[in-house]
Design a binder for this molecule. Structure first.
Ligand SMILES: *Cc1c(COP(=O)(O)O)cnc(C)c1O
Length: 233
């Protein structure tokens, strides 16, 4: 078994254990393996350990990788910024997008989603802490955006996603994640608690434990599986 396959197995076990420690079921949290900057071979190694969901940030890199991996039944998630000139590729190639923060982008994705594919799964990115990372809709505007997106025919609104500022103090990280979970519940209630609205995409290699404690349903983990990323130039 390769280092990557072992890392996937270990992380799955740790995720289950952590969820149960917090009174959640062992399978409450889905693992998204973030394979950006790593090649198709690394994805294959993770897939050999049973990993199916992969996250990518850079559209062209992702599309090339998908082409090399057509023989595997993988689920691809776009977790990078979606500029308007990239919406068509995202609508045509991906199963999920986590990073929509404006109606314009959602409208384009819905219009460009091919009719022979199921609706595109979508999470709204929320800027929970107003941090230096300025992507994401402000918390006060999420409900209105979610209601508008809910009406778009070729999208399936699944939940919220966040990338909070890192904090050295785990208690601060936990508090921010808990606020995000509260917001998720508020938005869900405002939408009438649709069964589809079931995803809180929150937590990365450094903070997935706090995210699971706070109610995340999907963690996006890259370096803890694939190792340190080469610096993007
Ligand atoms: C790169 C990235 C991740 C994974 O980060 P790690 O710290 O390597 O786990 C998760 N989410 C997003 C949006 C990313 O860009």
């Amino acid at each position: 078994m390769t280092t990557i396959a072992l890392a996937v197995q270990r992380l799955r076990a740790d995720l289950s254990q952590c969820a149960q420690q917090h009174g959640r079921s062992a399978d409450a949290v889905q693992l998204l393996a973030v394979s950006k900057t790593f090649g198709a071979d690394a994805v294959r190694q993770a897939a050999a350990a049973g990993q199916r969901d992969f996250g990518e940030n850079y559209i062209q890199e992702a599309v090339d990788k998908m082409a090399e991996l057509r023989d595997l039944p993988l689920v691809w998630h776009c977790i990078g910024p979606v500029q308007s000139n990239k919406t068509r590729a995202v609508a045509e190639q991906f199963d999920w997008v986590h990073t929509v923060d404006r109606l314009k982008t959602a409208e384009r994705l819905s219009a460009q989603r091919p009719g022979d594919l199921p609706p595109l799964n979508l999470c709204l990115q929320v800027n929970v802490d107003g941090g230096a990372n300025k992507s994401g809709v402000a918390p006060k505007d999420v409900v209105a955006l979610a209601q508008a997106v809910q009406g778009l025919p070729r999208l399936r609104l699944r939940g919220l996603m966040t990338i909070p500022e890192p904090h050295a103090d785990a208690a601060v990280t936990l508090a921010v994640h808990q606020r995000t979970h509260d917001l998720f519940e508020q938005v869900k209630a405002a939408l009438g608690a649709p069964a589809d609205f079931d995803t809180l995409s929150m937590g990365m290699s450094a903070d997935w434990r706090e995210a699971v404690a706070a109610g995340s349903t999907l963690v996006r983990v890259g370096s803890a599986i694939f190792g340190q990323r080469p610096r993007k130039t």
